[in-house]
Design a protein around this ligand. Structure first.
Ligand SMILES: C[S@@+](CC[C@H](N)C(=O)[O-])C[C@H]1O[C@@H](n2cnc3c(N)ncnc32)[C@H](O)[C@@H]1O
Length: 590
């Protein structure tokens, strides 16, 4: 039996925990089929020319569930529609054999600096591994040594004190309150730890915001490992082992199977230096197993092994609050549940629900037909945009986070004297944000659910006093606004319904026709959004605006907002309502 110490490695917090990365080329690596990945158990992945870094095509596939090599935080397997687990996460466990230097804790940073280039440099694996329970302070060590050396001749107790942690715990229990406080070391252990205790919910599952261990280092103790004997050669043997706190410096994967003689000079020099200083054996060369669990691998690494050869790995999704919104291609649909589970697993806790868009947006309210593929089924979420909070129900209202930058640009043109009229306001990303800046906002939407959320969002952001909400057709709304006294104050009109907004511009024809011409009028700036697939999108959109306004010359400031599909642009045209349009005789029948 191998004697092992379990060391838990936390993901390196300095390294960004990126979810998506570009599909790595693994052309020279054999790609296991989806079947082989689900069915094989013990086989080693095929040998290959040396490729650097961790990979699911490298290392050993872990043998079936020996307790100590499994991830201590076990997952409840997700189930598919037929109630079968979607896939076995254990099949993504990979074991790598490495060499490491076990060094006194105080020396580890100096040694780490000196050994740069020879240490393991894998993402999310720290090359300095801590040994839990091996934080031994000098005073404690002396005390422990004394007991071991027979000053306290209780055999039974000494056995019990094999573990220093247990020993400290026992001492802590035995001390009365006063003695406890006086004894510095025990007082230290009595303090509540800085780390928050892991809480479990009723089902014993991890709570969303807790980080799981993604890898584990097990030291193969030299004395009990035959292969380890003589690893360092005779000259480095026989010294007293370091009994204080230690750290492991994980060596580069290239040295995993090398004997001492084969190690580079820089590493050997560490031992030679020690021998000269007559401090032999405070540093040990040990073999260890690094196990990387399902949680270690990134989404694309997992999917690359599960999707058929040549299939594009879905590499992006939109997020709306806690919802990840996929846009899967037809070829992905047979794997939609597997893809969704991986997206969910790799993006928890931020993502709690994964949905796929079923159809292109067709309805009046611009809502999407969504299929929930993984996670909880709630499509009501909160989005934070420009420092404001918006409640949205994706099943009932429109929301597009991709327009956040455009909304910011639009808002940058408003000031505190402005009065805004938002004709197609949805749940209020423009209207509510504008209310923070301007004097007054009139916001309208045809969708009663959008209006309900707009009202809630006004209150949520404490801006309800500045926003007046309407629920009517856009054309009627324009007419109602401009035939009332409000018309004199409105400085900007926003029309964000890119499919049809241009065609609503006819509503402005004759809005002031009944007003005396000598009166002072406000001619608001109109910002209208539209799509165009034309070769010259600006010209095309300008034409649509001119036709709707029935005006030959309109001075329009046009800009491309974004490319929404190949060859299809979203545009924003801004222009001042022409006087000739506002006073036109023909009017709209609303
Ligand atoms: C593209 S969304 C834009 C919503 C919002 N401005 C935003 O940026 O999220 C268009 C909105 O127009 C609303 N809408 C569609 N037809 C309408 C009409 N005839 N009159 C008023 N609103 C309408 C839809 O319900 C939807 O909320």
């Amino acid at each position: 039996m191998e004697a092992m110490k379990l060391l838990h490695l936390k993901p390196n917090s300095l390294l960004p925990f990126t979810i998506f990365s570009i599909k790595r080329s693994s052309s020279f690596l054999p790609k296991p089929s989806i079947l082989s990945l689900f069915c094989s158990t013990q086989t080693q992945t095929k040998t290959q020319t040396f490729s650097y870094g961790p990979s699911l095509h490298k290392g050993k596939i872990a043998p079936e569930t020996p307790f100590q090599t499994q991830n201590p935080i076990t997952h409840q397997p997700e189930v598919g529609e037929d109630n079968n687990p979607l896939f076995d996460e254990q099949k993504f466990t990979r074991v790598f054999h490495l060499a490491a230097l076990r060094v006194p804790a105080n020396d580890c940073f100096a040694l780490e600096n000196g050994l740069r280039g020879h240490l393991l440099n894998w993402p999310r694996v720290k090359n300095i591994a801590r040994v839990p329970g091996d934080e031994i302070e000098e005073e404690m060590m002396t005390f422990f040594d004394k007991r071991k050396d027979g000053e306290e001749n209780n055999e039974e107790e000494n056995e019990e004190f094999e573990s220093l942690v247990l020993y400290r715990e026992k001492l802590a229990k035995e001390f009365n309150y006063r003695g406890f406080v006086k004894f510095k070391n025990l007082a230290k252990i009595s303090r509540p730890g800085k780390r928050k205790k892991k809480k479990k919910n009723g089902d014993g599952e991890m709570k969303g915001n807790e980080r799981k261990e993604c890898c584990l280092v097990e030291v193969l103790e030299e004395e009990e490992e035959d292969e380890m004997k003589g690893l360092l050669g005779e000259e480095f043997k026989g010294g007293r082992k370091w009994k204080g706190s230690t750290r492991l410096l994980l060596l580069d994967e290239r040295y995993g199977d090398k004997g001492f003689e084969e190690l580079p000079q820089a590493i050997k020099a560490v031992f030679v230096g020690e021998t000269i200083e007559n401090r032999s054996s405070t540093i040990e060369l040990v073999r260890c197993k690094l196990t990387l669990f399902y949680d270690y691998w990134q989404m694309n690494e997992i999917l690359e092994t599960m999707l058929p050869e040549g299939m594009i790995i879905p590499s992006a999704f939109e997020t709306v609050g806690h919802i990840a919104h996929l846009n899967l291609k037809d070829e992905h649909l047979p794997y939609k549940n597997v893809i969704a589970k991986v997206v969910l697993d790799k993006n928890k806790p931020k993502i709690q629900t994964v949905v796929n868009k079923i159809d292109v947006i067709q309805n009046d309210y611009r809502t999407m037909q969504l299929e929930v593929l993984a996670g909880n089924h709630s499509l009501v979420t909160t989005v934070v945009e420009n420092g404001l909070r918006f409640r949205v129900d994706l099943a009932k209202v429109y929301w597009n986070s991709r327009l956040a930058t455009e909304r910011l640009r639009l808002l940058s043109g408003f000031n505190r004297n402005d009065v805004i009229c938002d004709v197609f306001s949805g749940v209020g990303p423009i209207a509510v944000s504008a209310a923070k800046i301007v004097k007054r906002v009139y916001a309208n939407d045809l969708n009663p659910f959008a209006v309900e959320y707009l009202e809630r969002n006004s209150v949520l952001n404490k801006l309800e006093k500045k926003i007046k909400v309407f629920n009517m057709d856009g054309r009627r709304f324009i007419n109602a606004m401009f035939s009332s006294e409000k018309a004199h104050s409105i400085t900007h009109v926003v029309m964000n319904l890119p499919n049809d907004a241009a065609e609503f511009l006819d509503a402005f024809r004759g809005v002031y026709r009944n007003q005396p011409r000598d009166k002072e009028f406000n001619f608001p700036m109109i910002h209208v959004y539209g799509f165009s697939k034309a070769r010259d999108p600006e010209f095309d959109f300008h034409e649509r605006i001119r036709i709707a306004l029935q005006e030959v010359a309109v001075n329009v400031d046009m800009r491309r907002v974004r490319l929404v599909a190949p060859g299809k642009y979203m545009l924003c045209a801004s222009f001042i309502l022409p006087k000739s349009v506002a006073f036109a005789e023909c009017s709209l029948n609303v």
